[in-house]
Design a protein. Structure first.
Length: 154
């Protein structure tokens, strides 16, 4: 897992947006993350995540069956150390920007939180809004992951 090899996960609180099967969040828990909150709107994917949580027997997983934009509209109980987002490639660049802004503006990020956003490699480069500092981009064939840091909450 690149997040672990680049940044370390021990004791981290991770928010997994557009969680799909839950692989990222569950892998983070298996590598020492304290908590993983997995947000997914597709009912079939939510069932898969819940089955995976049960079969792996990992503590610290919370599954939220809702749209990312609705979840991020309200502040969390506590901010997160790491956010991983892997939206469908059909999600517009504008929606990606709104997601990053909601994370920043609604208290989802600790100062210096790591934010990783997966997008299609052939698409436009991710434009980080104010309040973020880009760290690196990793390309993996058809997908690229942009890594940035929250530069302090406004």
């Amino acid at each position: 897992m690149t997040l672990d090899s680049l940044y370390g996960l021990t004791g981290a609180r991770l928010l997994d947006l557009y969680a799909g099967s839950g692989a990222i969040g569950l892998e983070a828990l298996s590598r020492g993350a304290k908590e993983a909150v997995l947000v997914e709107s597709d009912p079939k994917a939510v069932r898969t995540i819940k089955e995976n949580v049960r079969s792996l027997g990992l503590d610290g997983a919370t599954v939220i069956a809702d749209k990312v934009e609705r979840v991020l509209a309200k502040p969390p109980a506590e901010p997160y150390d790491i956010v991983f987002a892997d939206p469908p490639y059909a999600v517009s660049d504008e929606e990606v920007q709104r997601t990053l802004e909601s994370l920043r503006d609604n208290g989802w990020l600790l100062d210096e939180a790591l934010v990783a956003f997966e997008r299609e490699s052939r698409g436009k480069a991710l434009m980080w809004p104010e309040g973020y500092v880009e760290e690196r981009v990793r390309r993996y064939g058809e997908a690229s992951v942009w890594y940035g840091r929250a530069a302090g909450n406004p």
